[in-house]
Design a protein around this ligand. Structure first.
Ligand SMILES: [Zn+2]
Length: 718
């Protein structure tokens, strides 16, 4: 048995004259300027390169002796190197996201390449790779309890490090490694070209509208957008208007345009992007797939899907296929019924397309049907969701489920980057002991804060070099409307869900009990399992007691009307069959292109996709539909053979929530006990065990698709 990480001797670092070199504790945000970035990061990298030189020299020298290697000799300096970089560059990236300025953005950009290149150097270091292999071999050669044997957490950490390094080609030699590196380079270039083609094809198509009749059905916001796009001299009112293929214009246009002919024109152009002429992505797709297959074989795998799955929770291609098939089988008949309902709706309106609904009619009639069935106006619900009340509801839920208490800090207790930012402490409910803390930066600040919402690590649970325990601290960033005058920040239901979602990530980061930082919190959690706690928390927004407990009108104190609650429930499953089927179509196409497709198999990627479409679409793709030519997620993003992860994680989170449904959401003792178990497994164990093992420890059995099928409204009676 190896001891837990031995704290290094020495005193805590004195406050540094260069704040970015502080390397521990809460960052002094206000002291970090663009000049500091330009000064501090090169200094830091110089130190880290020197430390890495030293570590490589030590490890190479040891490799020539027969001495066994110890965990602290390898993993501690390695963690220390990574943590110093993460701390410093993490603050810079964080400020770049929440306090952006042209100066800071430039400084970030100036330093980024050097930071990435340090990461590449460490990630491809042969002496480190050799040392990790030796740790692993010593482990394999020793029985439990003997020197050299690793505990399960250590095993997972070493295996993940080895795998990441191997996927960078470090385990290859000579010509094979050269070919691997050349192909990696080529793949990066192809991805860039692919994504440029999509961008150019999207921007290269426009449709000028000058007759107000061509705008029939469009909401004011879209008219305004089209007027702006037409440039100088155009007005939202009098035109001209310019239609384009970007999402902010296409999505509402297909949803609202009453002009079927124009919907068709826009739809046909949209699905044929980057599929012809100079911007044709089809040859690139074949090249990318063929090269990824070669890379996989060089790494010792049968295909790229196996490479992707090697670092995920899903055990095999067959396992993913089975999950997708269960969802497909449930969604298909429901999607057919949904299509019938759209036809019936079109018929009620006397629309000629009722008899022959086309893909460009689907969004339009779905919107009409939605308005008729339940007209949920998300803006109108804001007064029921003032931020303070939502936070109280969220914190009360966490107290109830996980036995933690969340208290606001005194002003000035923690360094901050903006007056709107708040700092909260998380205490253990039973003992009152401090467990963690988090920053909440809730409001949008156009111009200086990136859009969207995210959770990030400020500090991870660990032990300082001086032997002091370090408690985790999270950043929770949202972008909701700020208070105006006497009106508090009033949230949409979507924003409430987003806050719960990010808080779920935060809980996994903060409630970890793992002592080894490499596997604490969200570290070392497989990609397809990392959304489990976040989506799990979203489910509570639909729980009557939780929702009704916090949704009260900020002025009158009235609870949310029952009819509005019912609309929220209805909106959750509206067109659920079609939505699920669409994701299954994408996921299955991605998976099979990276597992069964080969360049000499006699079938083009597009033919393979159309074969899959036979059972995963209820309206056949039209002949010019070249979806693969704009599937940037998998050909230019990081999702190749990983698109299924969206559904995989949803299955886990729905199934986890259903553990509470099973015991009865109103049976307090049982809910509390189940909540504690969730804290002690999913939230506490993080990346220290396989996610399958952790899930089973919580649920008592492997995951099932039943709950997601039911929550998505796909469980047919009978
Ligand atoms: Zn998330």
């Amino acid at each position: 048995m190896t001891a837990s990480p031995a704290p290094q001797a020495g005193s805590p670092a004195a406050p540094s004259a260069v704040p970015l070199l502080q390397g521990q504790g809460l960052p002094p945000f206000e002291a970090i300027s663009a000049e500091q970035v330009d000064q501090g990061i090169p200094l830091l990298l110089a130190e880290l390169h020197a430390e890495l030189d030293q570590l490589e020299a030590d490890l190479s020298a040891r490799a020539t002796t027969a001495e066994p290697l110890s965990w602290p000799a390898v993993m501690e300096p390695l963690h220390h190197l990574g943590e110093r970089l993460r701390w410093s560059w993490g603050v810079v990236s964080h400020l770049n996201g929440v306090c952006n300025s042209p100066e800071l953005r430039d400084a970030h950009q100036r330093q980024q390449a050097a930071v990435v290149s340090f990461g590449n150097r460490a990630g491809q270091s042969r002496p480190i790779y050799g040392a990790l292999r030796q740790l692993w071999q010593q482990h394999q050669a020793s029985a439990e309890g003997q020197p050299g044997h690793l505990d399960p957490t250590q095993q997972r950490i070493v295996q993940a490090e080895l795998r990441d390094m191997e996927f960078r080609g470090v385990g290859l030699a000579g010509a094979e490694q050269q070919a691997f590196n050349a192909t990696s380079q080529q793949l990066a270039e192809l991805a860039t070209t692919y994504s440029n083609h999509v961008l150019d094809a999207t921007n290269g198509w426009t449709l000028r509208l000058s007759d107000p009749a061509e705008l029939a059905g469009l909401p004011a916001s879209l008219r305004e957008l089209l007027g702006q796009a037409a440039g100088d001299g155009a007005s939202a009112e009098h035109g001209p208007w310019l239609m384009g293929l970007d999402m902010p214009r296409v999505v509402p246009f297909l949803k609202y345009s009453a002009r079927r002919d124009l919907r068709e024109t826009v739809y046909r152009a949209q699905v044929a992007r980057a599929a012809s002429g100079e911007l044709d992505n089809s040859p690139l797709i074949e090249q990318i797939l063929a090269l990824k297959l070669q890379q996989a074989r060089r790494l010792g795998y049968a295909n790229w899907a196996e490479v992707s799955l090697a670092s995920k929770m899903a055990g095999s291609v067959a396992e993913v296929e089975q999950l997708l098939e269960e969802l497909r089988a449930a969604a298909y008949p429901v999607a057919q019924q949904e299509l019938e309902a759209l036809r019936a709706c079109a018929a009620r309106h006397g629309a000629p397309e009722a008899a022959d609904l086309k893909p460009w009619d689907v969004s339009f009639w779905a919107e009409k049907l939605r308005q008729q069935s339940f007209d949920l106006d998300s803006e109108a619900l804001r007064p029921w969701f003032p931020l303070e009340q939502v936070l109280q509801g969220l914190f009360a839920l966490c107290q109830r489920l996980f036995d933690i208490r969340i208290v606001a800090s005194e002003p000035g207790e923690a360094p901050s980057w903006h007056p709107d930012v708040r700092y909260f402490k998380v205490l253990d409910g039973a003992s009152g002991a401090p467990l963690a803390a988090f920053y909440l930066d809730p409001f949008s600040r156009p111009g200086s804060k990136h859009g969207g919402a995210w959770m990030d690590e400020c500090l991870g649970r660990s032990v300082s070099r001086a032997g002091e325990p370090v408690l985790p601290v999270a950043y929770l960033i949202c972008n909701q409307s700020p208070p105006v005058g006497d009106t508090p920040s009033l949230m949409t239901f979507d924003e409430v869900e987003t806050l719960f979602h990010e808080f779920g990530h935060g809980l996994q980061h903060m409630l970890t009990t793992v002592e080894r930082p490499q596997a604490a919190g969200i570290n070392n959690v497989e990609w397809d399992a990392v959304e489990l706690p976040s989506q799990f928390m979203e489910n509570w927004c639909y729980d009557r007691a939780t929702l009704m407990g916090m949704a009260r009108h900020w002025q009158s104190g009235e609870p949310l009307p029952e009819a509005e609650y019912q609309k929220l429930l209805a909106a959750r499953t509206f067109m659920g069959g079609s939505a699920t089927l669409r994701q299954v179509h994408f996921a299955l196409t991605d998976l099979r292109l990276h597992s069964v497709w080969t360049p000499d198999g006699g079938q083009s990627p597009e033919q393979l996709r159309r074969e899959i479409a036979r059972t995963t679409t209820v309206l056949e793709p039209i002949p010019e539909d070249a979806f693969l030519c704009a599937f940037s997620h998998i050909f230019a993003g990081g999702y190749s053979a990983g698109y299924y992860s969206y559904k995989w994680a949803e299955v886990l989170s729905a199934d986890a929530f259903s553990a509470f449904e099973e015991v009865g959401l109103d049976v307090e003792d049982a809910v509390v006990a189940t909540g504690r178990r969730f804290r002690d497994t999913v939230l506490a164990l993080g990346g220290s065990r396989s996610p399958a093992e952790i899930f089973e420890a919580f649920r008592g059995r492997p995951p099932s698709t039943e709950a997601l099928i039911r929550h998505s409204g796909l469980a047919l009676a009978g």
